[in-house]
Design a protein around this ligand. Structure first.
Ligand code: T4K
Length: 375
């Protein structure tokens, strides 16, 4: 443990160098670099097995996967979503010419509050796009029931929820379609990348076409697609990382355990402890600070010690400069606002040592004492 080396909020998982080299070596024979090559296809099959779904389409990143999903499913008008997420979720809705309608989140896990959804439904609503934020699982039973009653599509931004299961069932099976991000900062990465997992097999050629300029099986262009294909080098990284994923999640779980026990019972610190029926992926380490603790003070105290936590997700997506410039009003979401103002994501990654996690927890705990002395 060295205080000189900065500790960042996360650190990408990488396979052994030799393993990746071996995985890509064949590409020098085939010269097949992109456009749905063998690595791409192998990863699609591997992910289907790992996530327990029949239908997977890979993308160049998670954001374009979201945009392709909204377009391919033909949703219109208003989409009910939450503002406590990365700006990508809201931007995907807006960039698709749709209107986000913001629902508040639950106090316990910051996912969509299903009790607040029905009041937001109008005759223009066509879908719900909920977010498994930090890998915390949305209440799909209730969300889907409401959607069925009002004939709405159900989409999940599952960017944070790779590998998460509830009652043994993968969250990738929820709703009509779920998006996963494979960005370098995610539990499972392909450097850049993403995927859609979906129920209806008939959507496979449609989604495959949207990501490839609209090209279809008859070599015609039947939809107005773009370019969102995953390259062979990215897919090869995914194939390697998938082999090591369970071990990486176990290491993250250990880091979570160190933080959780250091903060256990401390007034003013709230950690999201996964419910017993959830196999979590420990993607992030969000901690909510109140009372003797102040989020910004904790952030500063850590930065002074060369530890760089992040204020994911501040500002809310409906409080950004762009959003305020373009929209005069937005739906009130007081819980999301409170969480956004008080939550901090502490460093969380498989390679974080026990000693560093203990030191970080210690700095956090001492920052409250410091604040009391100052006051
Ligand atoms: N929906 C949700 C809910 C999302 O969270 C995201 C992405 C998306 C949709 C869209 O998915 P993608 O299109 O990205 O696949 C990061 C990521 O760029 C973004 O993928 C992620 N969410 C968002 C929450 O965080 P930054 O601006 O925080 O990244 P950056 O560069 O500051 O990196 C954070 C830390 O990660 C660094 O301090 C060190 C470490 N890192 C970073 C990179 C880039 C590495 O160890 N290796 C790396 O290569 O946005």
């Amino acid at each position: 443990m060295t205080k000189d080396k900065p500790i960042l909020v996360t650190q990408s998982s990488l396979p052994p160098f030799e393993e990746y080299c071996k995985e890509i070596a064949g590409i020098w024979e085939t010269r097949h670099l992109t456009n749905m090559g063998p690595k791409h296809n192998e990863l699609e099959v591997g992910l289907g097995k790992y996530l327990g779904v029949d239908n997977v389409t890979l993308y160049t990143n998670g954001h374009l996967a979201l945009e392709n999903m909204l377009e391919a499913y033909g949703v219109t008008g208003e989409i009910i979503t939450t503002p406590f997420t990365f700006v990508s979720t809201t931007n995907a809705i807006l960039r698709s010419g749709l209107m986000p309608v913001f629902c508040d989140v639950k106090e316990d896990d910051y996912t969509i509050n299903p009790e607040k959804i029905e009041d937001l439904i109008t005759d223009r609503t066509s879908a719900i796009l909920a977010v498994h934020v930090y890998g915390n699982v949305c209440d799909d039973d209730v969300v889907s029931k409401i959607a069925k009653k009002h004939n709405l599509k159900v989409f999940y931004d599952a960017a944070h929820a790779f590998g998460v299961r509830k009652n043994g069932v993968s969250v990738a099976t929820y709703g009509d379609c779920s998006m996963f991000s494979f960005h370098a900062t995610k539990v499972f990465n392909t450097v850049e990348g993403g995927a859609l997992c979906y129920k209806d097999g008939a959507m496979k050629p449609v989604l495959d076409s949207y990501k490839n300029f609209g090209l279809d099986a008859s070599k015609d262009y039947s939809v107005m697609g773009g370019n969102a294909k995953m390259s062979e080098f990215h897919a090869a990284m995914g194939i390697c990382n998938l082999r090591h994923l369970d071990g990486e999640i176990l290491k993250r779980k250990r880091v979570f355990g160190i933080y959780a026990s250091a903060f256990d019972g401390v007034e003013g610190i709230k950690v999201c402890v996964p419910p017993a029926d959830v196999e979590h992926n420990y993607a992030y380490m969000p901690v909510l600070f109140t009372g003797a603790f102040n989020r910004d003070d904790v952030f500063d105290a850590l930065a002074k010690e060369n530890v760089f936590a992040r204020k994911y997700f501040y500002p809310l997506t409906n409080r950004t400069t762009w959003f305020r410039k373009n929209f005069v009003t937005t739906q009130p979401t007081p819980v999301a606002e409170f969480v956004s103002d008080n939550v901090l994501c502490l460093p969380m990654y498989a390679g974080l040592s026990d000693g560093d996690a203990e030191r970080i927890a210690d700095i956090v705990l001492k920052s409250a004492k410091h604040r009391r002395e100052v006051l």
